[in-house]
Design a protein around this ligand. Structure first.
Ligand code: ADP
Ligand code: ZN
Length: 814
């Protein structure tokens, strides 16, 4: 955030010790700072957070904690960006040779506010990541580069009287008279200089500069972010605030709002986590909106996190419509750099008091935070899969704790972690950690969709019987779903079809049953996926979904020279099939049928445009991966089809069942949000699996109870906390040895409650030529896990680096 009045201290050459004539001078009183450099050096043990001490020159520069700074680093003194984490005197240099304290190169304008600095410290410790790297990720690149920042001049009124005997040119005289008139009318400024020239109807700034010389006005400079160009999601014209459209809240909604805003014991507003579980379309968003309206009335601000792909124009509009564009800042990946910077600056200045954004918006510099909302809190996209590997939901909870305000976690299918915290006593005789509010029904006038589970094995038998054995094509859509799609199209309804797999065929193998050839990636432990592409030989290419390497499609099996077959279906194959089956009903690729997956959606703009077309009704069938399962609220969607509910069921992860339950429930929730009853058809080879049966019955509680019992038996999260360390190396031996050393280091910590498992190859045992060996560690509490890791880290035995990935509370175990 720009700090208009900061002094830009230039520290000369920054050549370190050579600047000082003697050691005495080096130790002389002055300003010293500790700086976390933005390079990811995990250098401990001496200085706790890995920050380095620098001297501030010139001494009159007044650095503050959180301010960005440039410092020399390493033998060559390469200039590196960093953040000041502490300001003090020469004692900050106590532990090092005072003559070796170097000077900062430059103080910059951007400042990370203290509460976010505190969040960064927690993240660095908790997620075992260098503080400098955590801080580096907190400021958007646009803010660091200052994209769109321009200097603006501000004119403040000093006094309308002119010095005696002043001679003025006609233009200046007119300007003076007009200014006096304005002041007399009650507008005493200050004004942006250009704006003042406009309102006074002046042709240039010259007359105002003359008035400044004469001491009528004082002109100072400040910076402001100006947005150039428009990105998607930007609505035309300004949207004003409107009330809540006279909604009569349900009792359950009223209770939820009261519980969130008032602690039960004292009625006071405190840090507290509330889990809001409400079926899809039960009015959760309305609860957030009304709770936010109340805290805005108290002069406070709110931070709302939503998963990136649920951050549709629809979501953004609900907030801007309710509170007005001036109060709301929406941060999504479709923003241009200057828009992003502007949103940031508006939050920092306290102008934007409702900030809505995806994971990284948890670092938005919202002022006077009064409420934090995490919508779809179960969503795994809240976990960042690169350093720092933080969980957006958990960072949001920490942020609420630092601000001392309530935090609401909302979901139709809460993560078992949150459900555990909201329903299981925190200890003997203690209440659960979180409070729980539930919205068990949809809002008045809407009913839950009718869900039908269809056994794919039976569907195949039906088709074989009906069409004879000569139809050897792969059908992703069985007769039951086909019939339902036809009926819905004929009735004018819209349809959502989910297939959580991209490409055309997800494995390519020899068609002969006697041959074992399957096409795999050279660099990864993974099969290659066929993607169709017009104009290429064989009609497409094959791609590795891990390292993204691409190859030509093989014509023949390299082992037996037999024909190759393309098996398994992805969204591209489903697309072809839909056109083939429903073309006669007016379904054509690209116009009335839209495929939405990360291959067709190259940018946030594509995604926003696609959803807008579907919302308008031009598109009749929306086919896509899990991207379409969230946040969409299109009243005319009367049918949702899940082509293969088993995609997540078979992954080697203890959360496979939970993920399946969530995905099926979420996508089913897109149906019947208008007046008409919605229908959902779920195709599966496991029609009696708990996750599928209970999702179809909208029965979260039974599912959660059973799943928690399973986790308890296996001592898996959320019953215990988990850390996962993956050692990578091109040399398998080295990766294995590194993993063994880490296991030993963790066991040497000597905490009997820490359960460190033996290293095993990961489910995907090699990616981009790097072998991957995983270590799982479990502990009864986060604190114990933390202490063990900190201990091993302090002794230099475990560190985050290019070869070691430490993941605390991992959500993906591939
Ligand atoms: P969720 O976030 O749980 O999916 P929403 O808050 O989006 O639910 O509510 C679904 C729809 O119902 C929205 O169009 C919303 O305006 C409307 N709605 C919310 N609460 C009520 C209510 N108490 N009475 C009538 N309609 C409501
Ligand atoms: Zn690969």
């Amino acid at each position: 955030m720009p700090r208009p009045d900061s002094h830009n201290g230039r520290a000369g050459s920054g050549a370190g010790a050579s600047l000082f004539a003697s050691e005495a001078e080096a130790a002389a009183p002055g300003v010293y700072v500790r700086v976390a450099v933005e390079r990811g050096i995990d250098r401990l043990p001496t200085s706790g957070d890995g920050s380095l001490t620098y001297r501030v020159v010139p001494p009159e520069a007044r650095p503050i904690a959180g301010q960005r700074v440039e410092v020399p680093l390493g033998k060559a003194g390469a200039v590196t960006q960093g953040i000041i984490v502490e300001v003090g005197d020469a004692s900050l240099a106590d532990e090092m040779d005072a003559t070796r304290v170097r000077s900062i190169t430059r103080l910059r304008d951007e400042v990370i506010p203290v509460d976010i600095l505190a969040l960064a410290r927690w993240m660095a410790g908790y997620y075992v990541c260098p503080l400098g790297m955590v801080l580096a990720g907190m400021l958007p690149a646009a803010v660091k580069r200052g994209t769109g920042r321009t200097r603006v001049e501000i004119a403040a009124l000093v006094g309308t009287a002119l010095p005696e005997g002043t001679k003025l040119r006609p233009a200046a005289r007119r300007a003076h008279a007009a200014l006096c008139e304005r002041v007399a009318a009650g507008d005493a400024g200050p004004w942006p200089l250009r704006k003042l020239a406009q309102v006074l109807d002046l042709a240039s700034l010259a007359p105002l500069r003359r008035l400044a010389e004469l001491g009528v006005i004082a002109v100072t400079e400040t910076t402001e972010v100006v947005v150039r160009g428009a990105a998607c999601g930007a609505s035309a014209g300004s949207v004003g605030a409107s009330a809540d459209a006279g909604l009569q809240l349900m009792h359950t909604q009223q209770h939820a709002i009261a519980a969130i805003l008032h602690a039960p014991e004292s009625g006071a507003r405190l840090f507290r986590v509330h889990l809001l579980r409400g079926v899809t379309g039960s009015g959760k968003t309305e609860v957030y909106l009304q709770a936010i309206a109340q805290i805005l009335d108290e002069g406070l601000s709110a931070l709302v996190l939503v998963p990136e792909i649920a951050l549709t124009p629809q979501t953004a509009e609900r907030f801007t419509r309710r509170f007005g564009e001036d109060l709301v800042a929406v941060m999504h990946s479709g923003l241009t750099a200057s828009q992003r910077h502007k949103a940031w600056a508006r939050a920092a200045a306290g102008e934007a008091r409702v900030v809505v954004g995806a994971r990284s918006a948890v670092f938005a510099p919202v002022q006077r935070l009064g409420l934090v909302v995490v919508d779809e809190e179960h969503d795994s996209s809240y976990k960042q899969d690169r350093l720092p590997r933080y969980h957006g939901r958990d960072a949001a909870i920490k942020r609420g704790q630092i601000a001392g305000c309530p935090v609401v976690l909302g979901s139709a299918t809460p993560s078992l972690e949150s459900w555990h915290n909201a329903t299981v006593p925190a200890g003997p005789g203690l209440p659960p950690r979180y409070t729980l509010s539930e919205l068990p029904t949809r809002v008045p006038g809407a009913s839950m969709p009718i869900v039908k589970i269809v056994d794919l094995a039976r569907e195949r038998a039906i088709r074989a019987h009906r069409e004879g054995l000569e139809d050897r094509r792969i059908h992703l859509i069985g007769p039951t779903l086909e019939h339902a799609i036809e009926a819905t199209l004929n009735a004018g309804g819209q349809i959502i079809l989910l297939l959580n797999r991209r490409g055309f065929a997800h494995y390519i193998s020899c068609a002969r049953t006697s041959c074992e050839f399957i096409l795999s990636c050279d660099q990864c432990d993974a099969r290659l996926v066929l993607h169709k592409h017009q104009g290429l030989p064989m009609g497409g290419f094959v791609r590795c979904h891990h390292c993204l390497a691409e190859q030509c499609v093989p014509r023949l099996c390299p082992i037996c020279q037999g024909r190759v077959g393309f098996f398994g279906g992805g969204t591209q194959r489903a697309e072809e099939e839909i056109v083939r089956k429903f073309g006669s009903l007016g379904i054509a690729d690209g116009s009335t049928l839209l495929r939405l997956d990360s291959d067709t959606m190259k940018s946030a703009r594509d995604y926003h445009d696609a959803l807008a077309r579907f919302s308008r009704g031009d598109v009749r069938i929306l086919l896509g991966t899990q991207m379409i399962a969230k946040g969409l609220d299109v009243p005319n969607v009367r049918l949702v089809g899940v082509l293969d509910a088993d995609t997540a069921l078979t992954i080697p992860d203890f959360r496979a069942t939970e993920r399946t339950f969530q995905l099926v429930s979420q996508v089913a929730g897109r149906a019947g949000r208008g007046g008409q009853t919605g229908h959902v058809i779920i195709q599966t080879f496991h029609p009696t699996h708990d996750a599928i049966v209970l999702a179809a019955a909208h029965d979260y509680t039974t599912f959660a109870r059973a799943e928690l019992a399973t986790r308890l038996r296996a001592s898996l999260p959320p019953v215990r906390r988990m850390a996962r360390i993956v050692c990578r190396d091109a040399d398998l031996q080295k990766a294995t040895h590194a993993a063994r050393d880490i296991v030993q280091a963790l066991r040497e910590v000597g905490d009997p409650t820490l359960d460190v498992r033996n290293p095993v190859p990961c489910a995907v045992s090699r990616i981009s030529g790097q072998h991957r060996i995983g270590i799982d560690a479990f502990s009864p509490t986060a604190g114990q896990l933390q202490r063990a890791l900190a201990n091993a880290r302090a002794r230099g035995l475990v560190r985050s680096d290019a070869k070691t990935a430490i993941d605390i509370d991992p959500v993906a175990l591939m």
